[in-house]
Design a protein around this ligand. Structure first.
Ligand SMILES: C[S@@+](CC[C@H](N)C(=O)[O-])C[C@H]1O[C@@H](n2cnc3c(N)ncnc32)[C@H](O)[C@@H]1O
Length: 229
């Protein structure tokens, strides 16, 4: 869970450097066509989802393991932010007491789960309605190929198999491309966006190798959207 520290460290620059995640959250919210009143956001970050909700809700609970992110999240009588790991047993026991939720949403965060199946199974105890955007293993595929770094992001087919076990879902895959002027700024972006993670991030040697050998002017991201109607 070293990536938690990484996210907390990046909280200040996260908003400015998270253009793809912002596009992802906007698209994810466009898939929520009901107006859920009681919402849980897993990996809420600095509150992008919360700020973009344009309907009236009665309760919004955001959970994030990075304190720096939680600090920046909007708070009010209707908004609570829990600084917890969403896979933690104590958190899960506590949130189960607050169930059911009209919607459990999560944007650009579930790919970090140590055991995503266990987490999605647990989510099915909280709600029947989900909206998840999850980065898949096709994200930064070329970087993984060049560096020899082991891909840790989840496989799309596997994710679909798991979510279909617990929810009646619709899904869609989107690819995003982000252009850069040079490889150096590309890697600065990876670091600041929080996508590279802590534990699984590139070593200095791997980073140097990529900066030298990366043949493209862009980064590619693949995101799986799974949602109930
Ligand atoms: C890329 S950010 C996305 C934040 C927000 N959902 C958005 O769309 O802007 C991923 C967030 O997930 C959080 N996160 C990752 N693993 C987590 C875990 N196991 N429990 C709680 N939060 C986690 C990170 O701290 C980070 O704030």
């Amino acid at each position: 869970m070293k990536h938690i520290k990484e996210f907390s460290k990046q909280a200040d620059s996260y908003d400015a450097n998270s253009n793809i995640q912002k596009r992802v959250s906007t698209y994810l919210l466009s898939k929520v066509t009901s107006s859920p009143k009681k919402i849980l956001d897993l990996g809420c970050g600095t509150g992008d989802i919360n700020r973009k909700i344009d309907w009236k809700y009665t309760k919004f609970i955001g959970v994030d393991s990075a304190y720096g992110m939680c600090e920046k999240h909007p708070k009010s009588l209707a908004i609570s932010v829990l600084n917890s790991n969403f896979e933690d047993k104590i958190f899960q026991k506590d949130i189960l007491n607050k169930a059911p939720f009209d919607l459990v949403i999560s944007s650009s965060a579930l790919q970090w789960a140590d055991d995503i199946e266990k987490l999605i199974k647990f989510t099915s105890l909280l709600t029947q309605n989900i909206a998840f955007a999850i980065f898949t293993c096709n994200t930064f595929k070329d970087i993984y190929n060049i560096s020899g770094l082991e891909i840790f992001l989840p496989d799309k087919k596997e994710l679909l198999k798991i979510t279909k076990k617990y929810f009646n879902i619709t899904h869609e895959t989107k690819r995003y491309r982000l252009e850069f002027n040079d490889n150096m700024s590309m890697f600065r972006y990876i670091k600041k966006s929080g996508i590279s993670g802590g534990e699984r991030r590139l070593t200095v040697a791997q980073t140097k190798k990529i900066i030298k050998n990366y043949p493209l002017t862009y980064l590619e991201f693949e995101v799986l959207f799974v949602y109930t109607k």
